[in-house]
Ligand binder design. Structure first.
Ligand code: NAD
Ligand code: ZN
Length: 405
């Protein structure tokens, strides 16, 4: 038996933000990031709509990109004090993910961060508050997923919290919010979305339900991501839906080792000022992981199906896998994303010598590989890598060398 869970309601299309006027409750806490939602007027509008709904509103702001355990604890304390019956998270993946973890701690004050990280081990929520998520980036789809990614900066590791309990009650997917994204954010979040769809499609937990969403997401992203990056606003709006479809797929079919590796490399070099942005990490690792996973016959077939839906041509599955890898690499080029960590510059753009030093990468390789194997996303990957294989794969991601094992 398998389970398929989504938010109770999903409001999409321009004007969907106004749905906030219809929420029923007494107190809403809005959780928001560093300033983009305020700057573009969406925070004020959200606050106004909730007040129109008759609610008392408090704002918890300043949630940083790749939110920390510390921020989660602070937000939960603010919730404890205010006592909201609605948590409304607005912004990119970071503030929404942080708010999900705050929600757990608010409902269960004795719950530690370690407790939260027990996969599918969250106790029943909604005794104190319901959760509404409003996404402003077109990638993580956290507005519909059962995941929250929190970084433990003392260890330099991103931990996924995974449980259908944290799937929001209401998702608002209003493309107007995504129109203000700068190009780089469009590129990174868009490649995150296609990674979600592809990993979900080849995941060992795939199902007809998730497949249909994943495939349609891939088709839409293929058609619209580069256009959206080049400021075509119709394409930008479609991408907001496409990433959400990908999210519905992966929240149920789960992910694979592209994400395991992204989670374990993202913050691993922060002490060298070298943070690898989630979507960029995925974009660099995805072609490598496809080559690795395609050694599994079922995965190879499924990559072939993806290539067919993308009309890439090829007469054998081997050819189709190669064409898919080439296509994704070309997307990276079109979006100004490098192919490997060695060429990943401080500004995330391709450069001759990136900001993760070679000797530091090699020094930490063993531990990063071991942590990636232990990541919650590894279990549903079509091929289970050994420590040696994971290290080799990470080296290919560092140097952009061919995966032939
Ligand atoms: N929960 C999940 O299922 C899931 C899935 C994938 C990734 N993640 C996590 O999500 C985080 C990344 O989220 P993200 O990629 O959405 O970025 P983000 O939330 O970290 O935001 C990045 C930056 O973009 C700005 N921004 C956001 N929306 C904007 C807009 N519309 N216009 C202008 N600026 C805007 C923010 O202020 C911030 O400075 C990572 O921590 C990643 O690990 C979560
Ligand atoms: Zn992701």
């Amino acid at each position: 038996m398998s389970r398929f869970t989504l938010p109770r309601d999903l409001y999409h299309g321009k004007g969907a933000l106004e749905t906030l006027k219809t929420l029923k409750g007494k107190k809403a806490m809005i959780c928001v990031g560093g300033g983009s939602m305020k700057k573009f007027g969406f925070l004020d509008r959200a606050e106004g709509y909730l007040k129109e709904a008759g609610m008392e509103v408090k704002i918890f702001e300043g949630i940083e990109p790749d939110p920390s355990v510390d921020t989660v604890m602070k937000g939960a304390a603010a919730m404890q004090e205010f006592g909201p019956d609605w948590i409304v998270a607005i912004g990119g993946g970071s503030p929404i993910d942080a708010a999900k973890a705050m929600w757990i701690k608010y409902e269960y004050p004795d719950c530690t961060f370690e407790d939260m990280c027990k996969v599918f081990g969250i106790p029943e929520l909604r005794k104190k508050a319901h959760f509404c998520a409003i996404s402003s980036t077109s990638g993580t789809a956290t507005e519909v997923t059962a995941f929250s990614i929190i970084t433990d900066y003392t260890k330099g590791i991103k931990y996924p919290i995974a449980d259908f309990e944290i799937t929001p009650d209401i998702a608002i997917v209003d493309p107007e919010l995504a129109e203000t994204m700068p190009k780089k954010l469009v590129a990174h979040t868009g490649m995150d979305a296609i990674t979600h769809a592809i990993e979900a499609y080849v995941s060992t937990a795939n199902s007809f339900y998730a497949d249909s969403l994943a495939i349609h997401a891939i088709e839409l992203i293929q058609e619209n991501l580069v256009k959206s990056y080049n400021e075509d606003m119709t394409a930008r709006d479609i991408m907001h839906d496409a990433q959400c479809l990908a999210g519905m797929a992966f929240s149920n079919a789960l992910l694979g080792i592209v994400h395991s590796m992204a989670h374990k490399t993202g913050a691993a070099f922060d002490d060298h000022g070298a943070h690898i942005i989630h979507g960029a990490a995925n974009a660099m690792y995805l072609p490598k992981v496809i080559a690795f996973n395609a050694k599994d016959p079922t995965a190879k077939k499924r990559y072939g199906v993806i290539a067919d839906y993308m009309h890439l041509g090829g007469s054998s599955d081997d050819e189709k896998v190669k064409l898919l890898i080439d296509y994704l690499r070309k997307m990276n080029d079109d979006l100004n994303i490098p192919h490997c960590i060695k060429n990943y510059g401080a500004d995330s753009f391709p450069t001759e010598q990136g900001f993760v030093p070679e000797e530091v990468f090699k020094e930490r390789l063993h531990d990063i590989a071991a942590n990636a194997i232990l990541d919650a996303c590894t279990g549903s990957n079509p091929r289970q890598p050994s420590q040696e294989e994971m290290e080799k794969l990470l080296l290919c991601c560092y140097y952009d060398t061919e995966v032939d094992f």
